[in-house]
Design a protein around this ligand. Structure first.
Ligand SMILES: Cc1ncc(COP(=O)(O)O)c(C=O)c1O
Length: 556
């Protein structure tokens, strides 16, 4: 009898162990299935691959014929490049000289300078197309460099510039006046804070507010609070989404150590929902609504523009449906849904992405434009998620402080910002915003198509990206032609054009004409020549072959 009992216990325990192991394997498989098949969807592998990639450069001959262009086409490109180089040297002399003088001492400038184009071409471009990184003034929708060149601004100052630079100058000037008597007193609050909090609660529809110095910090705090209150370890972010440079939200390339408590899942995919439904360790889901323009894609920068496979398309109904599903699952599972509106807040609609997509989040992070031109990060959230201590466990706190949080000058500029966007003449800007920017994008696309240029734009309202319709290795050159036409882009080049909402039809027409002229000049100079039958796949295969050759010193 005893032997029978022991055997029974043995079988039952083993059975339970096997069942538990199978359940674990199933959960693990579900997680693997919910990852995007790209490298961006596999952070660890991406970091490993990045470490293996060899650095190499094209010599002068390869620079112009890396696609095996015949001699006459290479000569055409060389002549075009020389003309552009001469124009840059003359037109941007002062800005470029100052850049050269300080670049070696400004790490960020070195980094952005090196990553404007694919690395194989980078040095030759840096040495010959010196545009300079300095500007001296802004007005309307333009900025002026040290040489007096006036550019239409398409940088949008990383998204800060929603209403035009003059708007922010006015916010800052009025803010200075408002807090002049207090000055930089920290810790205690200037009374403007009370108004800011009231307005942010109205706009976000959430209970409480915390102030930080940057979008990165706001995201850190939102995630920390979600972990604290749910007592769960992991955050979910979606493939390709940027949430600042804090390690946990940047688990792949760019972060020297792995992020162990982050899941990177496929966006707009039922497999991701399955993981959220099943796992018990998920504290929060971070959504960057900007990804609606290119779900699961990395932020599009021209340094990765090695071929023409960049794609973008905004499907408002599809993304809305996705957010609604996400909302449902998060509610069901007690997971905090965090909208990271640092970029799109106050840009897509008065009430940001929550209003635009008609979905409410548990916490929302804001930043960039909300500071009225000064640096800021803000978290708005449900009271139960924002509390940083427990009455019944006084030592169990969720710490978050910052010397400069709620700085009087920032708070006053925010106050101005919030007051001004409430006023009629600013508020009307939001009416018909999508119709306006979609029409402008369509107009430009029609113009480019009629001119037979292999370039189109895709947009999420006033945030645009350039896509290329024929396989080519040289699309990244467009940013230099655009600059020559007086269009200012950020260091990510044609990957992101950000318009401020004060662009008039006439301003836009000027940009469209210059844009088309830049494309036409680039085409004339032969950069879009391609051998018959060239495909993006073939370009990638070729680059891979080069990399293997350089890595292992062999010739394939
Ligand atoms: C969606 C989003 N979150 C967070 C950040 C980080 O903000 P900051 O650069 O102010 O730290 C950014 C910056 O671009 C962003 O776009």
């Amino acid at each position: 009898m005893e032997i029978e009992n022991t055997a029974l216990t043995f079988y039952l325990t083993s059975g339970a162990a096997v069942a538990a192991a199978l359940a674990r394997i199933k959960t693990r498989l579900e997680l693997s299935k919910a990852k995007h098949p790209s490298l961006a969807g596999h952070s660890k592998m991406a970091r490993r691959v990045a470490r293996l990639l060899p650095g190499y450069e094209y010599d002068e001959t390869q620079f112009f014929a890396s696609d095996d262009a015949p001699e006459d086409v290479a000569a055409q490109r060389r002549a075009g490049f020389k003309r552009l180089s001469a124009l840059y040297a003359e037109r941007f002399a002062k800005s470029a000289a100052m850049t050269t003088e300080v670049a070696q001492s400004i790490s960020d400038m070195q980094f952005t300078g090196a990553y404007r184009v694919p690395f194989q071409y980078s040095r030759h471009v840096r040495e010959n197309l010196k545009g300079g990184s300095f500007v001296q003034s802004s007005s309307g929708v333009t900025v002026t460099d040290l040489d007096g060149n006036v550019f239409y601004d398409l940088t949008g100052s990383y998204g800060v510039n929603v209403f035009g630079y003059d708007f922010y100058k006015a916010c800052i000037a009025a803010a200075n006046e408002k807090v002049r008597d207090l000055g930089p007193v920290l810790g205690a609050y200037h009374p403007v804070v009370a108004y800011n909090v009231k307005r942010l609660r109205e706009i976000s529809g959430l209970d409480e507010v915390s102030f930080h110095m940057s979008g990165t910090e706001a995201v850190m705090q939102a995630v920390r609070l979600a972990r604290y209150h749910t007592k769960r370890s992991h955050l979910v972010r979606f493939c390709g989404a940027y949430h600042g440079w804090w390690g946990d939200v940047q688990p792949g390339v760019g972060n020297p150590v792995p992020a162990h408590e982050t899941y990177t899942l496929k966006e707009m995919d039922p497999d991701a929902l399955r993981v959220l439904r099943r796992r018990r360790d998920i504290a929060c889901v971070l959504v960057n609504p900007l990804q609606a323009l290119h779900p699961n894609g990395n932020a599009p920068g021209d340094s990765s523009l090695v071929d023409s496979s960049r794609s973008a398309h905004f499907d408002r109904a599809g993304y809305t449906a996705w957010l609604k599903e996400l909302r449902e699952v998060c509610t069901e599972r007690g997971i905090a849904l965090i909208f990271d509106e640092v970029f799109v807040g106050f840009r897509l609609a008065y009430g940001g992405a929550q209003e635009y997509f008609g979905v409410r989040a548990d916490m929302v992070t804001y930043g960039k434009t909300l500071g009225g031109g000064l640096p800021v990060g803000v978290v708005c959230g449900r009271a139960d998620l924002m509390k940083r201590y427990r009455e019944d466990r006084p030592a169990d706190i969720c710490f978050a402080r910052g010397t400069f949080n709620a700085h009087p000058y920032v708070m006053a500029a925010m106050h101005e910002f919030l007051e001004r966007i409430e006023q009629g003449d600013t508020r009307w800007i939001y009416a018909g915003l999508d119709t306006l920017w979609n029409r402008r994008a369509q107009q430009l696309n029609a113009r480019l198509a009629v001119a037979g240029l292999p370039v189109q734009v895709a947009n999420l309202s006033s945030i645009w990206t350039v896509v290329y319709t024929k396989p080519s290795r040289y699309n990244w050159m467009l940013q230099y032609y655009l600059r020559a036409e007086g269009l200012a882009l950020s260091w990510v080049g044609s990957g992101r054009l950000i318009f401020s909402l004060n662009y008039s039809d006439a301003d836009f027409e000027a940009v469209a004409a210059r844009f088309a002229a830049a494309c036409a000049a680039m085409q004339r100079d032969g950069w879009w020549w391609a051998p018959a039958g060239l495909s993006n796949k073939a370009i990638k295969r070729r680059i891979l072959k080069e990399m293997v050759e350089h890595r292992f010193g062999v010739s394939l």
